[in-house]
Every structure is written in C-alpha cells, then in structure tokens.
Design a protein around this ligand. Sequence first.
Ligand code: NDP
Length: 260
Amino acid sequence: MDRMDERFPNLEVLFSTGAGVDQFEITDIPPNIHLVRLIDPAIVDGMREYVTMAALLLQRQMIDYLWAKSRGCWQPLAPNMAADVTVGIMGFGVLGQAVLGALKPLGFRLRAWSRSLHDDDGVDCFAGANRLHDFASGCNIVVCLLPLTDATRGILDRRLFDAMPRGASLINVGRGGHLRENDLLAALEDAQLSGAVLDVFDEEPLPADHPFWTHERVVLTPHVASTTGHESGAAALIENIRRHQRGESMIGLVDRESGY
Ligand code: NDP
C-alpha cells in the first residue's frame, strides 16, 4: 500500500469530520502528519439531547410500558424517581461532561469513569481499569461515551454487566466495537440487565436478521445520536486551519500514544 506521505507529500494535517478517529489506522499515519478530531457544538448538543432522552426513557420504565402497550395491557408500575437512579458515564470527555451537565438538573445521582481522575461537583468520579467494576456496581444506567481504542474495544462485556446491579440498563452511544453484542443478549435473557438503548453497532447498517431488531428490551437508532453540523463543523475546521497556519495548537489534536 502507498505510504500516505509519499502519495500526499504536502499533507500536514488529517481532519476527522466526526468526534472520533477510530475510522483511521493511526499507525499508518506518518508521525509528521497531525491527526485532529472534530469538536463541534452541534455534536455536543445532539449527544446531550440523545442521552437525556435515553436516560429518561429507561428511568421512566418506557421499555416496560411499550411492552405492555403492544399487548393492550394497562399496568401501572411503582414509580422510579430520578433521585433514586444512578447514571454512570464511561468517558469524561467533551461529550461525557456535556451529558453530565444535562442530567444534573434532572436530579439523577451521577458517576463518571475515565482514564485519569477528574473532579466535578455532584459527580462520583472513578478512574482507571481497576476501578471500572467499582464504578459499575453503583450504576442503574451505564452510558458508554468512550472513544474506540485498543484499550476500550469490547469493554461492554459480560463481566461489566455482572458487576452492575441486577436489572440495570445500558446506553451505548460510543461505538459498536465497545459492545460484545452476544454478552448483552445473554445478560438481557437472564434479566441481569433489563434494557438497552443502542445507537451504534458492530456492523452498520445493522443486518436485517440481527436479534436486536425484534428484541423487546432493546431500543435502537441508526447511529444518529448526534451528527456533525454543516456550518458549525466547517467553522471549527476553519478555526483549526487558521491555528495551524499561525503555528498554534489545534483543538482536538489526537494523542498518538492513547489513540484518542
Ligand atoms: P474525548 O476524547 O473528549 O473524551 C474521551 C473520554 O474517554 C475521556 O474522559 C477519556 O479519559 C476517556 N477514556 C479514553 N480511553 C479510556 C480508557 N481506556 N479508560 C477509561 N477512560 C478512557 O471524546 P468525546 O467525549 O468527544 O467523544 C467520545 C466518543 O463518543 C467518540 O470517540 C465517539 O466514539 C463517540 N461519539 C458517538 C457519536 C454518535 O452519534 N453515536 C457522535 C459523536 C461521538 P481522560 O479524561 O482521562 O482522557
């Protein structure tokens, strides 16, 4: 295969048009070429809305009510108040922080897990692989907002689901590669988990015969949790090109070592 710097000898920067860079094989990009992800207010706003919608859907037992509706069954459940529900965000980055900010005023108890330890008023913060299961053990809803890297691929697995309280649920808005899909199906089957809201999948579009399509405890959307805004995305890109021309650091510069 061509080396990128031989094919494009004047290339200085590779810009991702999305928040992630998992579409690139980072090791194939010569070290003199900067890799920059997109930090776009439209992506942030979309994710804030989507995760709020999904957390409320799960907390307000909508999966049970949709099931009851499909059977014409009028069945009030005991209320489940936000103040009694802990939402844990995997990833305390641009998107994780925006989502925490949106969930706070709704009264949820909040946790966050990341690589390095952060500090946020009203959020129980955890860091590092050795604290993942401690983090998960107190979460009624886990939200994956991690980048897909070698360290995070397959992180939503049976061990994580078993560490969560029985009947907890999952929101995956990271990448399909984070989730071991068969582990989720097994955890739903034996009621260790009670529901999942999924926006991203191993194979997209999700194959027509995939069991998620018909699963009563899975709500799914076709990778639309948030999308790049044409104008705001272009403005962010132009601002970074200007920064690069002035010799300043670009916003969203990817660290080769960590892969995000
Ligand atoms: P950021 O780079 O700003 O944040 C990433 C967060 O993940 C950081 O808090 C980082 O920890 C944490 N993290 C990374 N690796 C690990 C690890 N091995 N263990 C624990 N924590 C880790 O990313 P964004 O918030 O902007 O975006 C996150 C992801 O959301 C994107 O990469 C993309 O995959 C997904 N996304 C999905 C969309 C959709 O429509 N479904 C749309 C947009 C994004 P630390 O703080 O210590 O660095």
